[in-house]
Design a protein around this ligand. Structure first.
Ligand code: KG4
Ligand code: ZN
Length: 347
């Protein structure tokens, strides 16, 4: 194996089929992402069965294409990494079984990557100087957590949501406002033309000692405000985005207090591609004199470069998996974290 091993990464845990070739020296050799938005749009959300079938059709040709674009053969790849959970289990199985077959046929080490670890380590792909431990705000469609990232495979959960994830709230608000699917980018676009102070909305849990999140009440408040007929769609979108941002900032500020040893604040996950949220986090960290790392939007939403990179980090530490490794619909980054009072199953 070369000093800078080449890892093939596969991501298929939701509605993006993605393949990437990444080197241990942080070179992204080639990558591709196929979004299934068009397939799921008529249903207003991701249909797991359709997603899994799409991965079956798209994934293998995409592996062939990415290898060709990278100018390498399977023989020149040093390890195969794939998302093994958490996520929609049908899709996870397609990606993981494909990776197992490639690893078996090519006699390569297999690395079963936790999708959340992919997001958590993604900033290190673009910020070589980023050192452990750092504070991670992980904000996606399925998760909303603050984590102390202490090393590869070493995560301490400081906070989580007691109901909905923030991306889920964006998606539900988009539905309420008739903005379509996927919801997050649609709400952000509408918010640009609205007044963030137009609609009075709550800031759930703001000010509490533990930095947990709650977004279900905020979403319901948008639904009630919409029903009055007094507010424009753009004002509702802008006011919701402002309220959600205020919650994220207050909770993150509290986590910074709790984790003085953090070398930086890092944001990751699909919601981290929201420009208003990024700007507010940048302002918060500037005030606290804390470095802030936000991966580019393409690296925040689901992709395979982050899975290949997490694979490269694990490979360097000898953390490889056997061909019998399981696909896991649920897989917390911090298995020791306790259930939070009031939390639904998502915690
Ligand atoms: O990380 P991700 O691509 O998939 C999951 O692992 O969940 O995150 C998807 C989530 C969705 O809820 C989507 O609406 C949200 O991220 N999202 C956004 C934006 N782009 C994606 N939310 C707010 N603003 C955005 N620009
Ligand atoms: Zn994700």
């Amino acid at each position: 194996m070369s000093a800078s091993p080449l890892v093939l990464g596969i991501e298929s845990s939701c509605d993006e089929t993605a393949v990437a070739l990444v080197r241990g020296d942080r070179t992204i050799v080639a990558q591709a992402v196929a979004s299934q938005d068009e397939m799921h749009r008529p249903f207003g959300g991701v249909v797991p069965e359709i997603a899994a079938r799409e991965h079956v059709e798209k994934l293998t040709p995409m592996v062939a294409r990415v290898l060709a674009e990278g100018g390498v053969t399977l023989a020149q790849v040093d390890a195969i990494a794939a998302t093994a959970g958490p996520g929609l289990i049908g899709g996870v199985m397609v990606g993981l079984v494909t990776a197992k077959a490639l690893a078996f046929a090519g006699r390569k080490p297999l690395i079963a990557v936790n999708h959340l670890e992919g997001h958590a380590l993604s900033p290190r792909l673009i910020a070589p100087d980023l050192q452990f431990p750092y504070l991670l705000l992980l904000v996606s469609g399925g998760h909303c957590q603050l984590l102390a990232v202490e090393g590869v495979g070493r995560y301490r959960r400081l906070a989580t949501t007691i109901d909905d994830a923030v991306g889920e709230a964006f998606d539900k608000v988009a539905k309420i406002l008739g903005l379509g699917f996927p919801g997050g980018p649609a709400v952000e676009r509408a918010a640009r033309n609205g007044d963030p102070r137009a609609v009075p909305l709550p800031r759930p849990l703001v000010g509490t000692a533990e930095p947990h999140f709650s977004f279900a009440g905020l979403k319901s408040a948008v639904l009630r405000a919409r029903a009055t007929g007094n507010f424009s769609t753009d004002d509702l979108a802008a006011s919701f985005q402002q309220a959600a941002t205020d919650c994220l900032i207050d909770r993150t500020r509290r986590a910074i207090d709790i984790m003085p040893e953090a070398t930086a604040l890092v944001v990751a996950g699909g919601v981290a591609s929201n420009a208003a949220i990024r700007a507010a986090l940048a302002e918060l960290t500037a005030r606290r004199d804390l470095p802030f790392v936000a991966p580019p939007p393409w690296l925040c939403t689901d992709n395979a470069a982050m899975i290949a990179w997490a694979g490269a980090e694990r490979l360097a530490l000898g953390m490889v998996d056997g061909l019998e490794v399981a696909a896991r619909p649920r897989w917390p980054l911090d298995p020791g974290a306790e259930t939070v009072r009031g939390a639904g199953v998502k915690a």
